[in-house]
Design a binder for this molecule. Sequence first.
Ligand SMILES: [Zn+2]
Length: 238
Amino acid sequence: MGLKHDQGIVLRTYAFGEADNIIVFLSATNGKVRSVAKGVRKTKSRFGGRLQPFMHVDLVLYEGRNLDTITQVETIESYPNIRTDLDRFVEASTMLEVADAVAQEDEASAGLLLLLHRGLLALNDGVGGADLMTVYMLKVAGVLGLAPALRSCAGCGASSAERFSFDAGGVVCSSCAPSGAYKLRDGVTARLAELADSDIQNLPQPSAVPPSETLGVTRRFLEYHLERKIVSMSVMQE
Ligand SMILES: [Zn+2]
């Protein structure tokens, strides 16, 4: 046992004992990590506000038998604008919730951490809204190896695939469509494909397809595969 370095984005925190917090963060090399910050709930904590959700931090940890203890914190990025805009805050919370739901302990998560970082940077730069969240979730699905088929039938590869199936993993043609596959409105599949291929910090121009529609499909697709609801999003979509 001894000291070690790690860095990542704080996903959430919760109270532990009298004045301590458990800090759950996403590390590039170690996946989802739980650690203890001692005395962090005292007014004069030496950690200040650096161990809050969304903070991207560099840490020195003292290895413990069960949990490591954080001994030093340096801020890498604080994404300050997210905290001053309610819409951005809710979207950022959704990004954290999704990352938290998919990250595993003791499993390298460099791709997921980079995606979360770039998503938070986009929000910090004032970009937000349904298209950004759709791109984020489609890319999370990609990191998990669950990227939905969007250009051709997930079953047979046929190019005319107008139904969407969570079970089959994307769009399907009428002969491959399992029960529960549903028809998407014109243009939705093409828009989803465009969003899936786009850069999260450089979104494509809006299209005729309502962003809420592509987000709705993407959200339900991810929820289906995660077998859980994305709770923060219920605040976002009225
Ligand atoms: Zn097919």
